[in-house]
Write a protein that binds this ligand. Structure first.
Ligand code: NDP
Length: 329
């Protein structure tokens, strides 16, 4: 059994030196527990925040010398619980290791007849639910909205654009880094227009794509993207603040145009997906149908082997992923 531990806390930019790959014994399940062989692990931006001692997050920070944790899916290979038998495929929160022992109550059995196991870490998992909850509950899409999504080719963003359209948006604009991703946004992921923020002048690009402004902004990036979006927001427009990845490795300046919030009566609302976990069954039932009928297109970037888990996490911060970043074990 191998696991990834936090070797040191990054002072600024995280790198491979902050992780250690360590060999340990395969753990034994006690009464009421199961042993899971992890088959897929999720790499998520919040993990970068948990590497900091002062992470203000729903989850406790990672500890130096201790294994990391995060979403994973795997197969039960030993069970001392009647509820979760050997052979079941389960999602749980003890990723970053090849084998995990956990209480049966912490494992959720998933139906691999409905979708492949790794879908429960992406479109049918937390990132899919984040997009859906953001646009149905936190800041519901209204018929005819012009919607702008940042990190639009990522896991949350690629689903958010398609869900916005499904909920009645008139025009959906996405931003991403580089020409390959912006092409994909329009050709494969249902966006009407795509902005390449690496070209610069994001505010100018957005004004061109949405000459009458935007009604709803889905913020995954923060910083310069939030500033450009505020500039484009119409009177009464709304934004859902999901994340601010541009500031995870280093502090970035905040928007300089917050005065527009007052002048234009804007609403900016933050969210945490964990507040919406009760909607997982409802969401999975719907989204599995969309995947099956092809109306929800998804992308995955897959790195192989536990040794590549740090690279998967670091890659999110440089945009090496399109769609959901996954590690296949
Ligand atoms: P993604 O799959 O979107 O991966 C991150 C992407 O961010 C990269 O692919 C990269 O795309 C982009 N990015 C990285 N650095 C920058 C930068 N400096 N400026 C602009 N874009 C950048 O990750 P997720 O879909 O998992 O997460 C997206 C956001 O949602 C994150 O902020 C995350 O923290 C947040 N989140 C919040 C949740 C909540 O409950 N509040 C739940 C889940 C996610 P590119 O190549 O286009 O730059």
């Amino acid at each position: 059994n191998r696991e990834i531990r936090l070797a040191a806390r990054p002072a600024a930019k995280a790198g491979p030196e902050h992780f250690a790959l360590v060999e340990t014994a395969v753990p034994e399940p006690a009464d009421g527990q199961v042993l899971v062989r992890n088959t897929w692990m999720s790499a998520d931006p919040y993990m970068r925040l948990l590497m900091n001692a002062d992470a203000e997050a729903v989850l406790p920070p990672y500890q130096v010398g201790e294994p990391l944790f995060g979403s994973a899916v795997g197969e039960v290979v030993a069970s001392r619980s009647p509820e979760v038998p050997v052979g079941a495929t389960v999602t749980h929160f003890l990723g970053w290791r090849e084998y995990a022992v956990l209480d049966a109550a912490e494992a959720t059995v998933v139906d691999t007849g409905l979708a492949p196991a790794q879908a429960y870490l992406s479109a049918l998992g937390t990132t899919g639910l984040t997009a859906w909850a953001a646009l149905t509950e936190v800041v519901p899409v209204r018929e005819g909205d012009v919607v702008f999504v940042s990190a639009a080719a990522g896991a949350v963003g690629s689903v958010a654009g398609q869900i916005a359209r499904r909920l009645g948006a008139a025009r959906v604009i996405g931003s991403a880094g580089g020409p390959d991703k912006t092409k994909k946004l329009v050709h494969d992921l249902g966006y009407d227009a795509a902005l390449d923020y690496r070209k610069g002048d994001l505010a100018g690009q957005l004004a061109e794509a949405a000459p009458d402004g935007i009604d709803l902004y889905v913020d995954n990036v923060g910083g310069d993207h939030l500033e450009a979006a505020i500039e484009a927001m119409r009177t009464g427009a709304r934004a859902v603040l999901i994340g601010a990845i541009s500031g995870y490795d280093a502090a970035v300046p905040g928007p300089r145009n917050l005065d527009k919030i007052v002048q234009r009566r804007l609403t900016l609302r933050g969210m945490q997906v964990s507040d919406h976990f009760d909607r997982f069954p409802e969401y999975i039932a719907q989204a599995a149908g969309w995947l099956a009928d092809g109306s929800l297109r998804t992308e995955e970037t897959v790195l192989e082997g536990i040794a590549n888990a740090p690279a998967a996490l670091l890659g999110l911060l440089t945009g090496s992923n399109t769609g959901k970043m996954l590690v296949k074990l």
